[in-house]
Design a protein around this ligand. Structure first.
Ligand code: GLN
Length: 380
């Protein structure tokens, strides 16, 4: 039997590869982005309570209404966006799934989608699974900013969408008001949609605002905005998220969603709906993660790594030219096996494998974990 692969050039994701290697070599895992500290016990109790109360059958296909209502309140508080819970919000099993469904309901064979590299690894495969073409533009190294003239030049009659990701995985950069203005000019009166990956919306540092597409009436009209509960409540394994899009887009999104997962885990939605009234939980997240970033950056001064800046997300990138001239994949593998610290080689986020000799470190970890990692990195 032979199967004709739809993704012939795709292997197992770098996150799975590095986590498995970390486990095999008992390395400290600063690779895959997930917290190693406990999630809120209250939220766990709320899920258990929901199950005991009998919330164990299908909720409505687009999601548990009180949860959608809690999201409405949050996005109004934070972004002054007036969102309709019945027609504009769909609860999803995670952010990646939301991005998948948005691209899938949108794309026709031959369409083009503009995206930037380094890029979170799911975008291009999803585009290609839908018979569309990824038009990949580089973020400018080492600032990782968008070259808007290049974007303008890349637009063709086939351009269907553009993928924006802020705070950015893997680089930790965020978009600015200038980027927003350029994006507004670019898509004005064009049939170009925005897929906005905002899963790190609550992790933005140095008192900077998160520039959600939901803040801008014109951008919002053309956007699928994708969010994650896992990043917000320290439970990435729960695989819960949501997508906000205008009614016409949400209608198409749900056509795909209803024949895929259909709906999400009921007790978790019931629990999240209640827990979201604790606004401090997400409002305090930037400060909590900023402390971790600063703690890690400070420790890393004792090593030969040179860290870049991180304005948001779980991640900070760094170069190692004072340690080795190896390619980043070889170096990351050796670092895991020989020094006991797993990271992610940033070349994995380029289709071409472009190697600027940069590693991504995840600092969403306990202080002891960060200390244990740096104790090992000092010996490089
Ligand atoms: N978002 C996580 C990261 O960037 C990984 C998620 C996954 O493993 N698919 O590390």
């Amino acid at each position: 039997m032979q199967i004709h692969s739809k993704l012939p050039h795709v292997g197992t994701t770098i996150f799975s590869v590095m986590s498995a290697l970390a486990q095999e070599h008992k390395a400290v895992n600063l690779g895959q982005g997930f917290p190693d500290y406990d999630m809120p016990a209250t939220l766990i109790d709320l899920v258990t309570a929901a199950m005991r109360k009998g919330y164990n059958q299908y909720p409505p296909m687009p999601g548990w209404m009180p949860l959608r209502e809690a999201i409405v309140e949050k996005v109004f508080d934070l972004y002054r966006a007036d969102v309709n819970p019945a027609t504009e919000i769909t609860i999803t099993p995670g952010g990646t799934y939301a991005i998948y469904s948005a691209l899938t309901c949108l794309l026709q064979p031959g369409d083009e989608v503009i995206m930037f590299e380094p890029a979170y690894d799911c975008y291009q495969p999803i585009i290609e699974l839908n018979g569309a073409k990824a038009i990949i533009l580089p973020l400018q190294f080492p600032s990782y900013t968008i070259d808007w003239q290049a974007v303008q030049n890349a637009i063709t009659p086939h351009t269907k969408a553009i993928i924006i990701n802020s705070p950015h995985n893997p680089t930790g950069t965020i978009i600015t008001e200038r980027d927003i203005r350029e994006l507004q000019k670019l898509i004005a009166q064009k049939n170009i949609f925005i897929i906005s990956d905002e899963v790190y919306e609550h992790i933005v540092f140095d008192k900077q605002p998160h520039l959600s597409m939901l803040r801008y009436a014109d951008l919002r009209q053309q956007s699928f905005v994708c969010f994650s509960f896992g990043k917000t409540y320290h439970c990435t394994g729960w695989k819960m998220g949501y997508c906000i899009a205008p009614p016409v887009l949400t209608n198409e999104f749900r056509k795909v969603h209803q024949f895929n997962v259909f709906t999400c885990h009921t007790p978790t939605q019931v629990a999240l709906a209640e827990y979201m009234s604790n606004k401090e939980a997400y409002l305090s997240l930037s400060a909590m993660m900023q402390e971790k970033r600063d703690f890690f950056m400070d420790l890393m001064k004792a090593t030969k790594f040179t860290l870049q800046n991180s304005s948001g997300s779980y991640f900070i990138c760094g170069t190692y030219e004072k340690i080795s001239g190896e390619g980043d994949k070889d170096f990351a593998i050796r670092l895991t096996k020989e020094k006991g610290v797993a990271t992610i080689p940033v070349s994995a986020f380029y289709q071409s494998g472009k190697d600027d000799k940069v590693l991504r470190f995840c600092f969403a970890k306990k202080k002891e974990t960060l200390e244990a990692a740096v104790d090992k990195l000092i010996h490089c």
